[in-house]
Design a protein around this ligand. Structure first.
Ligand code: DAT
Ligand code: MG
Length: 149
C-alpha cells in the first residue's frame, strides 16, 4: 500500500478550501492515516523542499509554506502517489486540467493550493518528516473492500 503526504497549503486554508480539497481525496478512495493543523517551521520547510534548494524560487517557496497554517494529511491506498497527483493536477494551474484541484481552484504556480508526494520513496520520507509513528493510525476502514480489490 503506497503512502503520500498531502499539504493543504496556506492559500487553501486562508481561502476556506480545506474541506473542499480534503473531500476530493476522500471521494477518490484514499484512506486517511494521519491529519493535523500546524504551523510549519522554517527548518521543516527547508527540509521538505530540499530538492529545490538551488532553484531561484526556493526562498519564496519556503516563505509561502510557512506564511500561515497548513493542514497536513497522510494518505494510504493502491497507487496513492499517482492517484493523488492526478487529483491535484499540473504544477502550473493554468496547465492543470479542469476537474483537478488546481485546474478548478487555482491560477498561479506560487499559489497552487496543495502538495502531494511525487514518488513512492518520497511518500514514505515526507510522511515520516511530518508525522511521528504515534501520530499515524493503522485502521481497517469499513469501505476498504469496496475500494481496494
Ligand atoms: P509539485 O508541487 O507539482 O510537486 P514541484 O515539486 O516541481 O511541483 O515544485 C514544488 C513547488 O515549487 C510547486 O508546487 C510550486 C513551486 N515551483 C515549481 N516550479 C516553479 C517555478 N518554475 N517557478 C516558481 N515556482 C515553482
Ligand atoms: Mg513536488
Amino acid at each position: 500500500m503506497e503512502r503520500t503526504l498531502i499539504i493543504i497549503k496556506p492559500d487553501a486554508v486562508q481561502r476556506g478550501l480545506t474541506g473542499e480539497i480534503l473531500r476530493r481525496f476522500e471521494a477518490r478512495g484514499l484512506r486517511i492515516i494521519g491529519m493535523k493543523f500546524i504551523q510549519v517551521s522554517r527548518e521543516l520547510a527547508e527540509k521538505h523542499y530540499e530538492v529545490h534548494k538551488e532553484r531561484p524560487f526556493f526562498a519564496s517557496l519556503v516563505n509561502y509554506i510557512i506564511s500561515s497554517p497548513v493542514v497536513v494529511i497522510a494518505l494510504e491506498g493502491t497507487n496513492a502517489i499517482a492517484a493523488a497527483r492526478k487529483t491535484i493536477g499540473s504544477t502550473k494551474p493554468q496547465e492543470a486540467e479542469a476537474g483537478t484541484i488546481r485546474g478548478d481552484l487555482a491560477l498561479e504556480i506560487g499559489r497552487n493550493l496543495v502538495h502531494g508526494s511525487d514518488s513512492v520513496e518520497n511518500g514514505q520520507i515526507e510522511v515520516a518528516n511530518f508525522f511521528s509513528a504515534a501520530e499515524l493510525v493503522s485502521w481497517p476502514r469499513a469501505t476498504d473492500p469496496w475500494i481496494f480489490e
